[in-house]
Design a protein. Structure first.
Length: 134
């Protein structure tokens, strides 16, 4: 059975912030601050892919969406619904949706679209439940 390594390096400002990774991950996920533009996040995703040899590199940008670099391609997807809040646990939800998408056989653009859509949906439900409890 194939072993899969999923590495989340959390929030980074650039390629210099990447720790040395001694394995070849199937998925590498990094978050960037609000100051990073989508084009720069896409460039960073490709740089991360080249440096770590990860099959899929996700760079998340909070409420602005996410980038996926896989092979020679890069895709940027914005959420369909703007949540506009910083939510503790959003990264974990994103990560779990990546795992679900990969296990369903999704790849490339279909994968990033599904992950962003499902993450947004789950966060929206989470916020609505919190508001309804208040």
């Amino acid at each position: 059975k194939e072993r899969v390594a999923y590495v989340n390096i959390s929030c980074i400002g650039g390629i210099r912030d990447i720790p040395r990774i001694m394995i070849k991950p199937k998925v590498l996920q990094a978050s960037v601050p609000d100051s990073v533009k989508a084009e720069d996040a896409a460039t960073l995703a490709q740089q991360l892919r080249g440096r770590t040899f990860a099959e899929n590199v996700f760079v998340t940008m909070g409420a602005r969406g996410a980038v996926l670099a896989s092979g020679d391609h890069t895709w940027y997807v914005k959420p369909e619904v703007q949540i506009g809040q910083c939510i503790l646990g959003a990264g974990a939800i994103f990560s779990s949706e990546v795992i679900v998408g990969l296990s369903q056989g999704l790849r490339g653009q279909a994968l990033i679209q599904s992950v962003v859509r499902q993450t947004t949906r789950r966060l929206k439900v989470w916020i609505e439940n919190i508001i309804n409890r208040a």
